[in-house]
Write a protein that binds this ligand. Structure first.
Ligand code: DX5
Ligand code: ZN
Length: 225
């Protein structure tokens, strides 16, 4: 399986967002990870649908919108209109998780559920069969450049088992503190999609960094059973 690398634009130069998006795509990015923070659900404030729509003409790969907002539902249609291909949200931020998943899919987007490091896996019990993606946070959401929380590794392995049991192609994405040095063990735990903000945008050579991350992730990836 080919690991997917999703550079997080949160660590890009926002004054040159189009150029940065083109640069990481030329460098081999598989997705553009777009972090939306509202200063309520998380203590930080970033960008909304307007900026996503402005980015759209520069995007040749899917825009992977990670909503860290409460409430969620009203923004789903706005991001779908603004060009999101994937929309993920935190279950704590929605009063009706099943409804929000339905809204995302009705809008023609792929739906993802995001689990914080301390969020148990119960919320996947009645949702996994409707999801296209599970996003496991390996930092507490709100900021780029934090350190990877290692207790998430067995959690990745458990979600991988659940996805394999289900037998559907649900992507397993990991977000926070993913670096060249730890991507192999994250892949070995079962992730197939890797968000990397500071690791990519903090490097001098985006292409070399993405290629090295992909090489190491591929070495760590276990074939789907
Ligand atoms: C954190 C965001 C992440 C962040 C990752 O709340 O969801 O996507 O940008 O940044 P790094 O890779 O620097 O940890
Ligand atoms: Zn994110």
């Amino acid at each position: 399986m080919n690991p997917r690398i999703a550079p997080s634009l949160l660590s890009a130069d926002f004054a040159r967002l189009g150029d940065e998006a083109r640069a990481v795509q030329d460098a081999g990015a598989d997705l553009l990870h777009f972090d939306v923070m509202d200063n309520h659900y998380v203590p930080n404030l970033t960008v909304g649908p307007l900026v996503c729509a402005a980015l759209r003409p520069h995007a040749r790969v899917p825009i992977d919108v990670h909503l860290m907002v409460r409430p969620v539902d009203r923004l789903v249609a706005e991001f779908a209109k603004a060009g999101a291909a994937i929309i993920s949200f935190h279950p704590e931020a929605s009063d009706h998780v099943d409804r929000t998943i339905g809204l995302i899919r009705e809008q023609g987007c792929r739906a993802g559920l995001v689990l914080n490091p301390a969020t148990p896996l119960d919320c996947l019990d009645y949702t996994l069969d409707k999801l296209d993606l599970v996003l496991l946070m390996s930092v507490n959401p709100g900021f780029g450049g934090q350190s990877f929380i290692r207790s998430v590794l067995p959690k990745i392995a458990e979600v991988r088992r659940r996805i394999d049991r289900l037998g559907r192609d649900v992507w397993l994405e990991v977000d926070g503190g993913v670096k060249v040095d730890n991507i192999a063990e994250i892949a070995a735990a079962g992730a197939d999609t890797f968000v990397a903000g500071s690791a990519v945008f903090g490097s001098k050579d985006y292409a070399a960094t993405i290629a090295e991350m992909r090489r190491r992730a591929r070495a760590g990836l276990v074939p789907a059973s």
